[in-house]
Design a protein around this ligand. Structure first.
Ligand code: CAA
Length: 261
C-alpha cells in the first residue's frame, strides 16, 4: 500500500485494512493534510477487492485530539465558508465497506466526531471522549451535535456540548455510543477491532454492504422509509449467488462458500 505522511496503513489480517493516525506530537490533531490522506486511504481500501472491512485507530495516548486548532485559529469567515471547511470530513460516511473505530486515549472534538462517523466504535478503558469546542469559543463542526444527539439523546448531548466536559469509555458504553469496552492492555482494542473486521470480511460482501446500508437508513430515514429500505435490500439479495449458496449450505449442513456475487 501507499506511503503517507500523517497516517500508516497495513493489512494485518485476511480481508482487513488498518489505518493508524500518525501525528503523535500533535496527539493526532486532524489537520487538513491529515484528513486528505485519510480520505485517500479509505477510498483506496473501499475499492480494493482484497479488503472487506477497515479499522481506524490512533495511538494509545490519543485517537485524535480534535481538529487542528493551530491551523484553524486565524481562519476568517470568508475562508471557512467559501472553502467549505470540514465538509470533506463526511466522505468517510459514504464508504460501502464497514469501518470500525478502535479508540484509546483522547477522542476529543473532531476526534470524537470521527469515531462517530465510523460504523462501529470499540473503546479501550483509557478512552476519553468529549466535545470541548465550547472551551475555545466555537461548537462542534464535524457532525458532533447531530450524530451524538441521535446516538445518546438530546439531554446528554446538550450537556456535553454546552459544558465541554469529557466522558469516559464506561459512560460511552452505558449510553450505547460504543458497542464494547475492550479489556486492559496496550493494543488490545485494535486487536479486537481487527478480529471483528476479519469476521465481517469473511461474510458475503453484498450482504455486508446491504446490512450497513439498511442500518444507516435508521439514522437517515423515517421508520416507514427505513423499513421499506430494509425490505427492498432483503428482497434484492434473493438475486445473488450468495443467498442461494448460504441457504443451500444451511440445508445441506455444510459451510457456505461466498462468491461475493
Ligand atoms: N490541535 C492542535 N494541536 C493540538 C491539539 C489540537 N486539537 N491537541 C493537542 N495538540 C498539541 C498541543 O498543542 C501540544 O503541542 P506542543 O507540544 O507543540 O505544545 C501537543 O499536541 C501535546 O498536547 P498537550 O501538551 O496539550 O498534552 P496534554 O496531555 O497536556 O493535554 C489534551 C492533552 C487534554 C488533549 C489537550 O491537548 C487538549 O485539550 N487539546 C485540545 C482538545 C480540543 O479542544 N479539541 C477540540 C478541537 S476543535 C474541533 O475539533 C472542532 C470540530 O468540531 C471539528
Amino acid at each position: 500500500t501507499k506511503q503517507y505522511e500523517y497516517i500508516l496503513t497495513s493489512k494485518p489480517a485476511e480481508g482487513v485494512a488498518l489505518i493508524t493516525l500518525n501525528r503523535p506530537k500533535a496527539l493526532n490533531a486532524l489537520s487538513s493534510p491529515l484528513f486528505a490522506e485519510l480520505n485517500e486511504a479509505v477510498a483506496e481500501f473501499d475499492e480494493d477487492h482484497s479488503v472487506g472491512a477497515i479499522v481506524l485507530t490512533g495511538s494509545e495516548r490519543a485517537f485524535a485530539a480534535g481538529a487542528d486548532i493551530k491551523e484553524m485559529k486565524d481562519k476568517t469567515l470568508n475562508e471557512v465558508y467559501q472553502n467549505r471547511f470540514l465538509e470533506d470530513w463526511g466522505k468517510i460516511t459514504s464508504l460501502r465497506k464497514p469501518i470500525i473505530a478502535a479508540v484509546s486515549g483522547y477522542a476529543l472534538g473532531g476526534g470524537c466526531e470521527l469515531a462517530l462517523m465510523c460504523d462501529i466504535i470499540l473503546a479501550s478503558p483509557t478512552a476519553t471522549f468529549g466535545q470541548p469546542e465550547i472551551n475555545i469559543g466555537v461548537i462542534p463542526g464535524g457532525g458532533g451535535t447531530q450524530r451524538l444527539a441521535r446516538v445518546i439523546g438530546k439531554s446528554r448531548t446538550m450537556e456535553l456540548t454546552l459544558t465541554g466536559r469529557t466522558f469516559s469509555a464506561a459512560e460511552a458504553e452505558s449510553w450505547g455510543m460504543v458497542s464494547r469496552v475492550v479489556g486492559e492492555g496496550d493494543g488490545k482494542v485494535v486487536e479486537e477491532a481487527v478480529a471483528m473486521a476479519k469476521t465481517i470480511a469473511s461474510k458475503g460482501r453484498l450482504a455486508v454492504q446491504a446490512g450497513k446500508e439498511a442500518v444507516n437508513a435508521a439514522y437517515e430515514q423515517t421508520l416507514r422509509e427505513g423499513l421499506n429500505t430494509e425490505r427492498k435490500l432483503f428482497h434484492m439479495l434473493f438475486a445473488t449467488h450468495d443467498q442461494k449458496e448460504g441457504m443451500s449450505a444451511f440445508a445441506e449442513k455444510r459451510k457456505p462458500v461466498w462468491k461475493n456475487a
